[in-house]
Structure formats: structure tokens, C-alpha cells
Design a binder for this molecule. Structure first.
Ligand code: GLY
Ligand code: MN
Ligand code: MN
Length: 439
């Protein structure tokens, strides 16, 4: 697990970036499932990154304008045996100080009366509007009071700014301890894919395969799936976010599985593998699988310091388009097809995203005109695919799709960390060579 010293270091770095701006970072809420039942709690990733505190509704204040020893204030649910007997242990204010390094902790009920005082003297307030309906009115009220008093007091926070650029720049570059956690999430996720391929066979339902995958996540101590597992037989694989997972697996179809676990401390794996349900590729499946794999391997090879996520995507697109022209699924000049996007009825998503505490992790992909340059510590997925179906219209200048190709959906996704030498594939334990996909 990430140590308390690491959380303290992160807060220190964030405080430095804040300058004289005070940050208000709320925890996540419990979310109603139905009636008086809630979904399992999922902490807000920004709050988690700075605190490692896993209770709902808390609020962290990071106050660079205050003296040392008053810069990290936590508002938390107080100890309450009557409530804890129903919903479990709380750390309370004492635990927040002793175990989570808070300089000062207060019961949550005191936030409204104390917030304005804590924010007093800051030059601005960093708070993400639109996301925290319970805390937002308190922040706005505190800010308004400061502005009202400014003519007499002489100071007020002048602007409300988003904390994201400062915080997400930190989250984008993973520390060595985080990479260790991500290796663990990827190990468990990769093992689950290997197990799934062993059990899959014609006649099994998609959700029986899902059960094998998610059982492994839980057995290994993870919280569960990092996102709705996608277990998609045949044409279902052409639905990018297919999560119904309730169809029988058919002899002759491919099975696409996009699944990864989330650890107790919220680090995630995100892996996709595609293989034949009966253990043997048809000729068309083999051709397209080889093509997606070639695109994926070329794109993974393009992950290195100084390169860009955009370059990784462009690499995958070029290999796919060249291959699709060779197979007759596209027609014309490769550069022209790429420029016009005339391949998008077959490949309609980007090749990857940042990965971290969020599966689609934070961090800019472009800064103004310029794509963000890859640096050691950044982690991204590389996940090209091909989806052959009638769902999207074929562009006018492109050939109609022959029936023999339809119902083939293939994606291959690895999680890749940039390092000094190039990259490390965190998910290499999930096999992907064509021979390994066969029985
Ligand atoms: N599983 C979501 C994604 O691959 O982006
Ligand atoms: Mn995925
Ligand atoms: Mn992904």
C-alpha cells in the first residue's frame, strides 16, 4: 500500500503548486442504488490521492497561506457508536490526525461555520464547481462573505480556480510506489484473462465467463472490477461499451473480454483480449486478429519518452488502414483514407487513454496546440481494434462489407508505463500471440 509519507509528500507538492491559493477537496458521497440501499463506496480520486482516507463526505483543506502545522485540515464524520453499529468503523477526528497526518480535524458538521475562517487570507480558492453539490454552496457562501468584508478587512480571495491543472499534472506522473501498485492490479487482471480463456467454450453464457474473471479479482483481494466488465461474444463485441453480458457463446464466434480489477487503494488494470470461443480462428478472424495485433504491437513500440499519445494513435491507425486496404475492406490511397477518416466505420475510437486511480485517468492530452510529450512515469493503455458490422454507414468511396467479415469485433489492450528506456508493458502476463489464443 502507499505509505502515509507518500501521501504527505503529495500534499507538500500540491501546496507548493497552489502558491497562496487555498484548496477545498471533497471526498466522494455514498450513492443511492435504490430505496435506502447504496452502491459500494468509491472514494473521489483527487481526495484519495491527497489523503488515503476512505470515508464518504469528508472534506480536505490544503492551506498554503497558513503556517506549518495548520496547512492540512480534515473535516470528517465523528465517531458515533450508534451510527457505526449500522455502517461500520469511522476514524473520527482523532484518527484523522493520528493515522492520516491531518494537522487539525473537525467534525463535518462544523464545516459551514469554520470554512470562511480557514480560507481567510488566501489569494484564491481552488475548488471544482459542478461536482460537489453539498460542499459547493458552503464554498460560495464563504467566498461571498470574504468579498463582502474585503473593503474593511483589506483581503479576500479574488478568484475561484479549478484545482485540476495543478493536481492532475501530479497524478499524471506516477511515483515508483504507484507503479508497484499498478503492476499488482495488472498482474491480477492478466491472470483473470488467462483463466477466462481456459473456461470459455461454446454454450457457456457470457456472464459465466464474467463470473470467473470477477471471482479471481475478489479472491486476490481486489475490490472488484475497475469498470463494468465487457464479455462480448460475436457481434456483441462491435458494441464498444457492451455490458449486458447475457448471451450464450456460439461455436465459431470470437469472444472479446475487456476487464480489469480495482485494488483496495483504487489502482486499476484495464485489459482487453479477444480469442475464438471454440479455440480455432476462422480464416477471416485470423486475418483481422493478426492485423489488430500488428497495429497494437507497433503502437506499443511507439511508447517512449519524447513521443506522444497522439503519435501512438497515428501509428495504430496507419497499420490498420494499410492492412484493411490489403484485405479489400478499404479502398484507395492510405494517406487519403486516414486524412478523411474513411476508416472510422471499422475503427471508431482512440487508441488509448491515461490510466491511474481513474481508469480513464486525469491529465491533459494536449496543451494548447501541442500534444503532451510522454515522460517516464506516465501510464497509458494501447488498445486498437476493428469492429465489422452494419451499425455505421460505409463512406461513399469505400467498398460494401462482404458478409463473411461481419460480426467480427476484435480489440487488444495493454497497459503501458513509460520509462527511461522506452516502456514497460504492465499486462504482458495476459498472452496475445495468435497461437496462444488457440486450443
Ligand atoms: N474499458 C474501458 C476502456 O478500455 O477504455
Ligand atoms: Mn478496457
Ligand atoms: Mn481502456
Amino acid at each position: 500500500m502507499i505509505s502515509t509519507q507518500i501521501y504527505a509528500q503529495r500534499r507538500e507538492r500540491f501546496l507548493q503548486r497552489l502558491g497562496s491559493v487555498a484548496a477545498v477537496i471533497p471526498a466522494g458521497p455514498l450513492v443511492t442504488h435504490h430505496a435506502d440501499t447504496e452502491y459500494p463506496f468509491r472514494q473521489n480520486s483527487d481526495f484519495w490521492y491527497l489523503t488515503g482516507f476512505d470515508e464518504a463526505d469528508a472534506v480536505a483543506l490544503l492551506l498554503p497561506h497558513r503556517p506549518p502545522g495548520e496547512r492540512f485540515v480534515l473535516f470528517v464524520q465523528p465517531r458515533d457508536p450508534g451510527a457505526e453499529v449500522w455502517t461500520g468503523f469511522r476514524w473520527g477526528t482523532e484518527g484523522a490526525v493520528e493515522h492520516f497526518g491531518a494537522d487539525i480535524a473537525h467534525p463535518l458538521s462544523e464545516l459551514s461555520e469554520r470554512l470562511a475562517d480557514y480560507l481567510g487570507g488566501a489569494e484564491g480558492i481552488a475548488f471544482r464547481v459542478g461536482r460537489h453539490p453539498r460542499v459547493e454552496p458552503l464554498v460560495l457562501t464563504a467566498w461571498a462573505r470574504q468579498l463582502d468584508r474585503a473593503p474593511r478587512s483589506g483581503t479576500a480571495a479574488l478568484g475561484l480556480v479549478a484545482p485540476c491543472p495543478m493536481l492532475h499534472e501530479l497524478r499524471l506522473r506516477k511515483q515508483p510506489e504507484e507503479l508497484e501498485r499498478m503492476r499488482e492490479a495488472c498482474r491480477i487482471s492478466a491472470e483473470a484473462h488467462e483463466l477466462a480463456r481456459e473456461v470459455a467454450r461454446p454454450g457457456l453464457n457470457e456472464r459465466q465467463v464474467q463470473a470467473v474473471i470477477e471471482q479471481h479479482f475478489l479472491e486476490q483481494g481486489a475490490r472488484g472490477p475497475a469498470y463494468g466488465s465487457i464479455v462480448a461474444g460475436g457481434d456483441n463485441a462491435c458494441v464498444l461499451h457492451y455490458t449486458a453480458n447475457n448471451a450464450p457463446l456460439r461455436d465459431g464466434d470470437l469472444l472479446l473480454i475487456d476487464a480489469g480489477c480495482s485494488l483496495q487503494d483504487y489502482y486499476n488494470g484495464d485489459i482487453t483480449r479477444t480469442f475464438p470461443v471454440n479455440g480455432r480462428f476462422s480464416a477471416e478472424q485470423r486475418e483481422l486478429y493478426a492485423l489488430v495485433l500488428a497495429a497494437q504491437e507497433a503502437a506499443v513500440a511507439a511508447v517512449a519518452p519524447g513521443e506522444t499519445a497522439e503519435g501512438v494513435h497515428d501509428t495504430a491507425v496507419r497499420v490498420l488502414v494499410e492492412g484493411l486496404v490489403a484485405l479489400g475492406l478499404l479502398r484507395g490511397d492510405v494517406d487519403g483514407i486516414i486524412e478523411r477518416g474513411a476508416y472510422r466505420h471499422l475503427y471508431m475510437h482512440r487508441t488509448g487513454h491515461w490510466l491511474g486511480l481513474d481508469v480513464h485517468d486525469v491529465g491533459a492530452y494536449r496543451l494548447g496546440e501541442h500534444p503532451v510529450t510522454l515522460e517516464p512515469g506516465m501510464v497509458l493503455t494501447v488498445e486498437p481494434g476493428l469492429y465489422v458490422s452494419d451499425r455505421l454507414p460505409v463512406p461513399d468511396d469505400q467498398p460494401a462489407i462482404e458478409e463473411r467479415w461481419k460480426g467480427i469485433g476484435i480489440r487488444i489492450e495493454d497497459d503501458v508505463a513509460v520509462n527511461e528506456h522506452g516502456h514497460e508493458v504492465l499486462t504482458a502476463a495476459a498472452l496475445k500471440a495468435p497461437a496462444a489464443m488457440q486450443r
